[in-house]
Design a protein around this ligand. Sequence first.
Ligand SMILES: Cc1ncc(COP(=O)(O)O)c(C=O)c1O
Length: 479
Amino acid sequence: MNHTEFPEMQDAEVHTNSYLRPRWPFASVEDGLLHIDGKSVEEIARKYGTPFYMIIEKEVRSRLKRFRKAFAYRPFQPQYAVKCNSNPAILQIIREEGFEADTSSMGEIMLALKAGFRPDQITLTNQYKSPEELHLAISLEIKALGIDSLEDLEDMVRMAETLNKEANIFLRINANIRRGEDYDTSRHQYGIPLESAEEAIRIAAREKHTRLAGLHWHGAYVPEPGVYLEALRKITDLAEFAKRAGNPLEYLDFGGGFPAEYGDEKAFTPEEVGESFSRTLERIIKQKGLERPTLIFEPGKFIVANAGLAVFRVVSFKNFGEQKILISDGGTYNMLPDPLIWDCYYHILPASRMDEAPDVRYAAIKGNTCDHLDSIAKGRMLPPLRKGDLLVATDCGAYSNVMASNFNGRKIPPMLMLRKDGEIEMIRRPQTYEELFSPELDREPREDDRLVADILREHLDDKLTARRLEHKGFLLQHP
Ligand SMILES: Cc1ncc(COP(=O)(O)O)c(C=O)c1O
């Protein structure tokens, strides 16, 4: 087609391109409307109402495959950080793609089990494990408990003694890594400080009820690939120490922290880490004579952030002279909390007017709560919008739904999944008001938790019955 003969067509294409990015291969424009995998978002919104989250299955699968391929080292057993988006439908996809589950609480262990992971495919890593969590994790014989401090080790050993069990542990080490002003892991709360790591290894190696199976490092919001290499060198020095202390390690776990793409900032890729990391690990194993460990990573946001959208409608406008504020039926507190916490930039797509020029500056795109901080985005050029127009925030599949609250007595929106066969499935239904308010309206403490009881019955029948756990007084009993 010759664009000079159809100037309006040329404009439309230019505007569409200015809104879309290559990292959303599922997005296209037809008749000025945003389509996802060929489906009109407007039609989906008419059917399900707004606001809603949407996860694109094909994109999740393709990112899982891509992450695995980025590392040539074998054995390699990637895990997914469940906290990032713990919806069981997503966890099932993760499992089908051969990833295991990295959990941070008893609740996440239960979700992982519900999604079909076996206990030996689940690790539990956090700073503190309650007696309930320790009891469940040790009784289930999960793959490993990530031990974060000597105090955490002490609690774990006491519970393992009580249950007369031996538990696999990974010691989580803070490798003390700095890059410039903004990145300094000694300011993070995770892990045993490098200075005390050898002592912790010695203690863990001689404990009767633990098996020191691995070392763990997590460098949240890693700024550049070289950080993983520095962690690799420091952690493998400790693996050599452990071996010399008579405790060769079976696993090395380097956590998550791979960036997702937000806004137009360039993010480094797993491929940029994978090649040099795998090569360096091979070399170190030879140099240090280590037994070949299984390599673990636990990506979260890299897998799901760019595969998720939030869809909401324009409901009203407040024009203060030149300053135009747009109110939507979406929001931060109930749907997309990240912009409240850090300087998170979500692209906002004018899903109903993708072929119109971004001629209007909106000072803020607000949510529908009482707080003036409730801005999903600030200072955005969009076409002149009307009440009822659809907006789509991109790249919000990670840490959004799981951190959203019921602030202002509002429901957390439902979540849809666009399945790989093109079907749309609701993978989280809207909440009911009864669910929101029953802890306050019905204040009788409840000792029965059906989900816990089901899990125990299903997984511990032949070892420890639910009844016995109940009598021991650890589970099902809340202070
Ligand atoms: C232990 C652990 N592993 C993995 C992750 C996932 O991190 P990300 O989403 O940055 O990949 C986290 C995030 O908090 C974590 O604490």
